[in-house]
Design a protein around this ligand. Structure first.
Ligand code: IMP
Ligand code: MG
Length: 182
């Protein structure tokens, strides 16, 4: 692990190691498996940020009958007074009466998670569980609390293991946090 990392002129320092991520992903996989009632849930990996977490999580879950889908959001300015509306794209599976597991990289304000759950609920799933790699509880604007959380962290900007800065550094095996000014 590098001591310091410069990305777009910002300095980042090591925060969560690959080993620690691996331990917590295993824990979350076990808890998630225990909480599922059906052997064949639909797993929704939210692109782009969750791709690495999802890849590790689904291998630990070991549910061969689970179907894995990759979804994204499209945001657009709607004509409604609520303004910014988010729509899920890429969902090819019918989720009616099915157990759905959302796999996210990070819950910050909780607004994305809330939009997604509202949208999916309209499609009539039996249940929706929400698993996230990271949660910033102090940033919440919604009170939304994920069902499964690998790490709860303070409201600081982090990168790596799928999370990006301007599309970069998603490849990093470890997670880095932005360096505080001294
Ligand atoms: P929310 O809707 O505010 O909960 O957060 C939605 C999105 O903000 C996440 O899916 C990330 O793409 C992005 N985000 C929030 N915090 C961070 C961070 O610390 N690093 C990288 N992306 C972040
Ligand atoms: Mg995300």
């Amino acid at each position: 692990m590098e001591k310091e990392l410069k990305v777009n002129g910002l300095t980042f320092v090591p925060y969560i190691t690959e080993d620690e991520i691996s331990r917590q992903v295993k824990r979350v996989a076990g808890e998630l498996r225990d909480s599922l009632t059906d052997p064949d849930p639909i797993l929704l990996c939210v692109l782009n940020g969750a791709f690495m977490f999802a890849a590790d999580l689904v291998r630990e879950l070991g549910l061969n009958d689970a179907k894995i889908n990759f979804v994204r959001y499209s945001s657009y300015s709607g004509t409604s007074s609520t303004g910014n509306v988010k729509e899920i794209i890429g969902l090819t599976e019918d989720i009616k009466d099915r157990d759905v597991v959302i796999i996210e990289d990070i819950v910050d304000t909780g607004l994305t998670a809330q939009h997604m759950i509202e949208d999916l609920t309209k499609k009539g799933p039996k249940s929706i569980r929400f698993a996230t790699l990271l949660h910033k509880p102090e940033s919440s604007k919604t009170g939304f609390v994920p069902d499964h959380i690998a790490f709860s962290i303070p409201p600081k900007f982090i990168i790596g293991y799928g999370l990006d800065l301007d599309g970069k550094v998603r490849n990093l095996k470890d997670i880095y946090v932005i360096k505080e000014e001294d």
